[in-house]
Design a binder for this molecule. Structure first.
Ligand SMILES: *Cc1c(COP(=O)(O)O)cnc(C)c1O
Length: 384
């Protein structure tokens, strides 16, 4: 990247942090048990509950998203209990690997990458065996596909099995109605649609899941023990965390949530839908078709098929080196074939149009024939 170009963080996480959030993070450090901080913690909980669609307490940990995935499992599973993990992309694979590492009995519900998890498939599997939990990645960031948690929640209603959802890359950018949909555990993290730097993980837990997590026979846990976190969070006058929270990140998250509510949550979600649709239209006009199931495309990450003869890695590299625009390629199965651009968090129409302008120039540099302004025009037509 040359010095004259601006660094543009356009990944599906971590995402660009707005100036107001950066300023909140830069304020003086606070005692994690003092009145000033606990007021912020209480406010963060109050502001994030509607984003999660829950009235349940929310717990915060110093952690990336993966830590929260592990935390969810150690709190709900007893040694040897069975868990069904839907695998339709890289994060489903990771969740299954975590369950395996913890010594759980893991069954994978293997789904073709790029497809959503169908509720009917889940039902067939839970009819055939008893599971403590079913794990679904809400928004599979590796493929840009969303699964219908409402439909899957409906299948699990009235059964003892818990529904665990990874909404690390969905929460704040796509609808989550935890209580209404019957999602028992939602894990998320600060660095995606919640517009903060990485390092703060969160989880919200249904009453049904609390009954399980409260048992002494669950997997070994200390730092991740939801019982300790819950007891601290429920202190009537001063909610706390059992250990030192990243106080600056909590202050940043508080500001990010204030921004979300100032814009209005429905407007924020509509903006994500509009901008992702515009980016997809623009990319299609440049010859990059959306990857994945057409009726289940994510609003927070746009995954694109790389035209034949091109390598996705080359596009990613050229966009960065010539334009300072940082997007993601893919790993494993999709390496070279799919590129991904984040449309989550602090993203505007101007960002999308700039992405397309840079992408067009890059494709031309790589020898593709593209007509001038085609991507920007197609996106602008959607944005109008
Ligand atoms: C980013 C992400 C995670 C968490 O990754 P970390 O690097 O551990 O924060 C988990 N699941 C999904 C779907 C993600 O997009």
């Amino acid at each position: 990247m040359t010095d004259e170009t601006t660094y543009r963080l356009r990944l599906p996480g971590p995402t660009a942090v707005p100036e107001a959030v950066r300023q909140a993070i830069a304020r003086p450090a606070l005692s994690h048990r003092g009145r000033e901080f606990t007021a912020i913690l209480r406010r963060v909980e109050e502001l994030i509950q509607p984003v999660l669609g829950t009235r349940q307490p929310v717990l915060f940990f110093a952690s990336s998203g993966t830590g929260m995935m592990e935390a969810a499992l150690v709190n709900i599973l007893a040694p040897g209990e069975r868990v069904l993990v839907a695998v339709n992309g890289q994060f489903g694979e990771r969740f299954a690997a975590i369950a395996q590492a913890l010594g759980a009995q893991v069954d994978a519900l293997e789904i073709q990458w790029g497809r959503a998890v169908a509720a009917g498939e889940v039902e067939r599997r839970i009819d055939a065996a008893e599971y403590r939990g079913v794990v679904i990645v809400h928004n599979e960031s590796s493929t840009g596909v969303v699964s219908d948690l409402a439909a899957i929640g409906a299948v699990l209603r009235g059964r003892p099995t818990l529904l665990v959802a990874d909404s690390v890359s969905g929460l704040g950018g796509m609808a989550m109605r935890q209580d209404e949909w019957g999602v028992d555990v939602v894990v998320s993290a600060s660095q995606k649609a919640l517009m903060c730097p990485p390092g703060l993980g969160l989880v919200s837990i249904s009453e049904k899941a609390w009954k399980v997590a409260g048992r002494a026979d669950r997997l070994p846990r200390f730092y991740w023990d939801f019982r300790k976190a819950m007891a601290a969070m429920e202190k009537p006058d001063q909610p706390e965390t059992p250990f030192t929270t990243p106080v600056s990140l909590v202050a940043g998250l508080c500001e990010a949530l204030e921004m979300i509510h100032r814009e209005g949550l429905p407007h924020v979600l509509a903006r994500h839908r509009r901008l992702s649709a515009a980016l997809r239209a623009g990319c299609a006009a440049l010859g990059l078709r959306p990857y994945g199931q057409a009726d289940a495309l994510s609003s927070t990450v746009v995954a694109l098929e790389v035209p034949g003869g091109l390598d996705g890695g080359e596009i990613v590299r050229a966009l960065y080196e010539r334009h300072g625009t940082v997007i993601a390629g893919s790993r494993n199965k999709l390496a070279g074939r799919v590129i991904r651009i984040g449309t989550m968090g602090h993203v505007s129409a101007g960002d999308i149009l700039t992405d397309l302008w840079h992408l067009e120039a890059t494709l031309r540099e790589l020898g593709q024939t593209v007509s001038a302004g085609a991507g920007v025009a197609a996106a602008a037509a959607v944005l109008q």
